[in-house]
Ligand binder design. Structure first.
Ligand SMILES: Nc1ncnc2c1ncn2[C@@H]1O[C@H](COP(=O)(O)OP(=O)(O)O)[C@@H](O)[C@H]1O
Ligand SMILES: Cc1ncsc1CCOP(=O)(O)O
Ligand SMILES: [Mg+2]
Length: 267
């Protein structure tokens, strides 16, 4: 994939305006809706079991985010995702806090067992847990991970038939047939809540329009990281002003900026 296609993916999101159905947590829900809109996608948050099948049928991608889990939401996730699978609509799973409690770990494993996930995106602790490494997760925060995350993540990707994304200062995008890193971004992203969730929304928006989920994930994370760098140039006074500048930078992001500033390596 050439970095040129990142700009093309961004343009496609803005032309097509894909609807992104979210079943997500109540912490970052508004930020996810806003990043979808600033990218050019249309967000909808809908978790009632009575309507998820109908809603997902209208969508370009489905985000499942387990950040504030309960039984009712798990039932809705399973129903929505099975419908998405039937209709070949990409499913993006963000296993927030997986590894912190057994309920989160078991629910993640159940979703991965019963549903075909297109992209599994989490931080190092969450993905390390799923991949069977010794991994620390405190609440929703990643801690130490022992072992080779690239190798374990790629094995996991092969087993699931999915793209596995591990976020951090350098993002890893792993698939059975290839792997890439994206090293754009800014440390402020690690200091505000919800940026991982927003990254999942971005991956979903790009997955709805791109030819394959690997390319979509690389493009989404490059746009995300480049926008963060542009936001930081405006010299925000702290992490929360940065968040506003970041969402503005996403809205103003030009395809050629991403093409020129993306730091992608194929490994
Ligand atoms: N120190 C950092 N430098 C640059 N980008 C970062 C840094 N920390 C996190 N990010 C970016 O912030 C987003 C969220 O990643 P992360 O903090 O790992 O997720 P989570 O919030 O789920 O723990 C990703 O796009 C990632 O690239
Ligand atoms: C703090 C918190 N608690 C439950 S969900 C959530 C937000 C997590 O967001 P992110 O994974 O993007 O940091
Ligand atoms: Mg997260």
């Amino acid at each position: 994939m050439v970095s040129n296609s990142i700009g093309q993916h961004l343009e496609k999101v803005r032309q097509i305006n894909p609807l992104i159905h979210h079943i997500t947590n109540y912490v970052s829900v508004n930020d996810c809706a806003n990043i979808a809109l600033q990218l050019g996608a249309l967000p909808v948050m809908a978790d009632a079991v009575e309507e998820v099948e109908e809603m997902v049928s209208l969508a370009g991608a489905l985000v499942l985010n387990i950040g504030t889990l309960n039984k009712r939401i798990v039932d809705s996730m399973l129903k929505a995702a099975k419908k998405a699978n039937e209709l070949s609509i990409p499913v993006i799973l963000d296993p927030v806090g997986c590894g912190a409690t057994s309920y989160r770990t078991q629910t993640t494993l159940r979703l991965l067992e019963e549903v075909r996930v297109t992209v599994l995106k989490g931080n190092a602790g969450e993905i390390g847990t799923i991949a069977g490494l010794e991994a620390e997760v405190r609440g929703v925060e990643s801690g130490n991970v022992t072992g080779d995350l690239v190798q374990a993540g790629q094995k996991l990707a092969a087993r699931l038939g999915a793209v596995v994304v591990v976020t951090g200062a350098t993002d890893l995008i792993l698939s059975p047939s290839g792997a890439a890193t994206v090293s754009n971004g800014h440390p402020f992203l690690g200091r505000i809540t919800g940026t991982g969730c927003m990254a999942a929304t971005a991956v979903a928006a790009f997955s709805a329009v791109a030819e394959d989920a690997f390319a979509a994930s690389v493009s989404a994370l490059a746009c995300f990281g480049v926008a963060a760098e542009l936001a930081a140039y405006s010299n925000p006074s702290g992490p929360l002003s940065f968040k506003t500048a970041f969402l503005d930078a996403i809205a103003a992001l030009q395809p050629d900026q991403v093409t020129n500033l993306a730091k992608i390596a194929y490994i």
